[in-house]
Design a protein around this ligand. Sequence first.
Ligand SMILES: [Zn+2]
Length: 179
Amino acid sequence: MQPGDFIFRERQPFRGEPLSEADLPRAWDCLVQVMDPEVPVVSVVDLGMIRAVEWSDDSLHVKVSPTYSGCPATEVIERDVREALEDIGFQNPRIERVLAPAWTTDWITDNGRDALKAYGIAPPPKGQGRDTLHDPGPAECPHCGGTDTVQVSEFGSTACKALYKCRECLEPFDYFKCL
Ligand SMILES: [Zn+2]
């Protein structure tokens, strides 16, 4: 199975008046509903991937920062963003990949961290991006809140996550790696 296979959205062709610059806030409203295909409870906005939404040359431009470099979900996300915007009436939205500055887990919003935790994934600690990539330290168990946790594998359900186990409630969980 490829990333994106498990997301199926029936698209309705847009039949109204095309949206314009005055409708920019609607683009944000739309993007908060585009979920990360690998973590379908967190939107691309809450992940901090949407760097800018602008209007120029008579079209909508959306700047997207990929999360983990080489993450195969990136192309799926860019497609989902473009389709979601087309579906509400933005014609030919331009999706621009922004590589610098590189995305960091510090850009995940508080809302996004709460959603990760509720989904059973330990969110990365805030303000510790990049430096902690190789030594994430103790992760807080999203099930019981315990901190007596141990890394079982460097890779969890996807390459972006590490697999941990809680020694307090004995449950395994994914830990979103810091960048
Ligand atoms: Zn626990």
